[in-house]
Design a protein around this ligand. Structure first.
Ligand code: GUN
Length: 284
């Protein structure tokens, strides 16, 4: 079997076209969605991610503003900028790009963003609400993954979803999202014993580790749906996933590529959350 490719790029394009219409309609009612991205320092990966986010905003008509701080900026300085953005009625979404320099507490920063503008869905209140299945901002990468799986119209209920990785921004929340869809969810991570015996049971395998080419066909069940969240830059400058795409595609039924898979969908769900925030605020 050769797997069908779930193109995040294509799906993102379709969703963004619909969003563009929606933003056009909102602007007619004097609601103009705006996202502010804050970058501290000049991490090359962060700069590249931010460019993608700005381009996405432009595509659908969301106003975006980038606030750049020196790597030496103090925690107080960043927190005071967040306070100003929290108060600013023209701002619908606030995103502080991670990672932050070591002298700044990510936890303090994430807690400081008001829940209503936390379009990243990283605030503990949004994470908790997501876990409870309540209305909230769902963090963008897990949300994008769910949308990709839903796009192929294969029922999720009762499926065994195995997640490799347990980060706060991908692994942990993506498992919860699929649990909310009535999947049976198993987490594996760096301390898991005999990982392959578990991953080989997966109907849907979500790989979010950050190690190039970690997963080969020996860890995949015939016909599985494989979602590769890894974005690893090789020394050659080429991007590659956590999954050995060429080998695994011969065994899976569906697979996501890198690049052009989860990445474009993550940004698309950020745009979705920003529009949602603008609509909620406009409804008040
Ligand atoms: N760094 C890597 N991914 C993300 C993300 O989704 N949001 C933010 N704010 N920082 C990140």
């Amino acid at each position: 079997m050769t797997a069908h490719i779930i193109s995040g790029k294509e799906l993102a394009k379709n969703k963004r076209e619909a969003m563009k219409q929606e933003v056009g309609q909102l602007k007619k009612t004097a609601i103009s969605p705006k996202l502010v991205v804050v970058l501290v320092g000049d991490n090359p990966a962060s700069i590249s991610y931010i460019k993608g986010k700005q381009k996405g905003c432009e595509e659908v008509g969301i106003e975006s503003q980038l606030i750049k701080l020196e790597a030496t900026a103090s925690e107080e300085e960043l927190l005071s900028i967040i306070d100003q953005l929290n108060e600013d009625d023209t701002v619908d979404g606030i995103l502080v790009q991670l990672p932050l320099p070591d002298h700044i507490s990510e936890q303090k920063v994430i807690h400081r963003i008001v829940v209503e503008k936390d379009v990243d869905g990283f605030h503990p209140m949004n994470v908790g609400k997501m876990l409870l299945g309540e209305e909230c901002f769902i963090s963008c990468t897990p949300f994008g993954i769910l949308e990709m799986v839903k796009s192929i119209n294969v029922p999720i209920e009762g499926k065994h979803v195995v997640v490799i990785g347990r980060s706060n921004i991908v692994g942990k929340p993506v498992g919860q999202l699929f649990l909310n869809e009535n999947a049976t969810v198993t987490y594996t991570h760096s301390r898991t014993k005999d990982r392959a015996s578990i991953t080989k049971q997966a109907d849907i395998l979500i790989v979010a580790v950050g190690k190039p080419n970690l997963i080969g066909p020996d860890e995949v069940k015939e016909g599985a749906i494989v979602i590769d969240v890894g974005v690893n830059r090789l020394e050659t400058g080429k991007l590659c996933g956590d999954v050995r795409f060429d080998e695994v595609k011969e065994k899976a039924s569906y697979i996501t590529p890198v690049p052009g898979g989860v990445g474009p969908m993550t940004i698309t769900m950020l745009l979705h959350n920003t529009i949602l925030s603008a609509k909620r605020r406009g409804a008040k």
